[in-house]
Write a protein that binds this ligand. Structure first.
Ligand code: MG
Length: 400
């Protein structure tokens, strides 16, 4: 019988999983205040997976870096050692189901224990990203092609918008001038919240960008249902393309009320974990656009499942991408491999750990479109000074 000889690397084994806490301090003059407080730094955890044949994959995690590092060192890492990165689904199930991964796979139903949400899933996400980087390198293609490519470029949207009052006009016009045909601003700017001021800022933004650029609003989950409905109705006359996280992510039924009360599309998902949270959102008919974060929802493996669920409900996907270069790069691969992804977030905030982490530049063209990298794997390599420059600083990211 004819057999095709396996390439050596098709039998790679994972020999090390490391978690490196990182911080990106915001200098005093660049610190801005919003409803979350004053941002003094961004944190992330770099995850590095290495194999016995010399491959190295990069992932990253959100969540408290010290907790993520402990989870990776003592819990997730040991369960992944010795596994073949091509068995990415197995590795995910091992991390998620813990000690019961064998019966879970044998019987075909999930059997997680305590770590079903929160920092554990953030750490799982980071390891999954690094595993897929190695897997794609083994296959010799960019990650999005290993996932199954659907496109090699996607619409980007300029995401920021903190300017107070009428200054929103110039700020959002500035994003549009970069070529973006969609831009996002915060409902609460640096000057705090009142309904009147929210409308002043939205009207200013619409003046700044004209009628043809899409305008999105993000509320960080800060409002009560009744206030959110009032805001969403007001947004209708400014043709807002989506109202993001109007209320707490812990109230999917409430978000369903908001959605049914308005024609403004509702987006949410950056603080949801796994397909089970998204299934609940969809069961509550709570959103038009799902925004899973690659470093929180469960990595590539789980975002594929979430996107499929969303597609069946007629929900589009717009990956949440913030804070760290590995996560923006990973989100590019998600956008290029997700048929129902229509747009990708491109941060306009002060974020060197996103924009100055790699030797390679992101390919964001003057028409606001983001192009896929072409090298195998993630397609981006860390600058030599990255670990020193973004050394971890303990303490909170926001202060009130
Ligand atoms: Mg958001």
């Amino acid at each position: 019988m004819h057999t095709v000889p396996a390439r050596k690397s098709f039998m790679s084994k994972i020999t090390s999983v490391k978690a490196i806490p990182m911080s990106d301090p915001v200098p005093l003059e660049r610190q801005h205040r919003n409803d979350l407080g004053t941002k003094v730094k961004s944190d992330a955890t770099l995850i590095v997976v290495e194999t016995d044949d010399g491959l190295r994959g990069l992932g990253a995690s959100l969540g408290n870096p010290e907790v993520v590092a402990a989870l990776v060192e003592f819990d997730l890492g040991p369960s992944v050692l010795g596994e073949n990165p091509l068995f990415s689904e197995l590795i995910w199930e091992k991390m998620y189901n813990g000690s019961r991964w064998k019966p879970a796979l044998e019987r075909g139903n999930s059997q997680p224990q305590d770590g079903r949400r929160g920092v554990t899933v953030e750490a799982i996400s980071g390891v999954d990203l690094a595993v897929w980087d190695v897997k794609a390198q083994i296959l010799g293609v960019p990650i999005y092609q290993a996932l199954g490519a659907v496109r090699d470029n996607v619409r980007g949207y300029g995401s920021g918008g903190w300017a107070p009052g009428d200054e929103a006009e110039a700020e959002m016009a500035g994003y549009a001038a970069k070529g973006f045909d969609a831009v996002k601003m915060r409902v609460v700017g640096g000057d705090g919240f009142s309904f009147k001021n929210a409308e002043t800022r939205i009207a200013a933004a619409r003046r700044g960008i004209g009628p043809d650029v899409e305008l999105m609003l993000d509320a960080h989950g800060a409002f009560a249902v009744s206030t959110a409905i009032k805001l969403a109705k007001m947004m209708e006359k400014y043709d807002v393309a989506w109202f993001e996280e109007p209320i707490s992510p812990d109230d999917h039924a409430g978000l369903g009320y908001v959605r049914r009360a308005t024609t403004t599309p509702i987006a949410t998902g950056e603080r949801e974990f796994t397909r089970f949270d998204f299934q609940s959102l969809f069961d509550n008919q709570a959103c038009d656009i799902a925004q899973p974060d690659i470093a929180r929802a469960g990595g590539y493996t789980e975002i594929r499942r979430i996107s499929a669920l969303a597609s069946a409900r007629g929900v589009r996907v717009a990956p949440h991408a913030w804070g760290m270069g590995v996560l923006f790069a990973a989100s590019i691969h998600v956008a290029m491999s997700t048929p129902n992804c229509h747009i990708l977030e491109v941060s306009q905030g002060y974020m060197p750990m996103m924009n100055e982490l790699f030797n390679e530049d992101y390919d964001v063209r003057p028409d606001g479109r983001v192009y896929a990298p072409t090298a195998p794997g993630l397609g981006f390599t860390l600058r030599d000074d990255a670990l020193e420059r973004f050394k971890y600083v303990p303490g909170p990211e926001y202060v009130f």
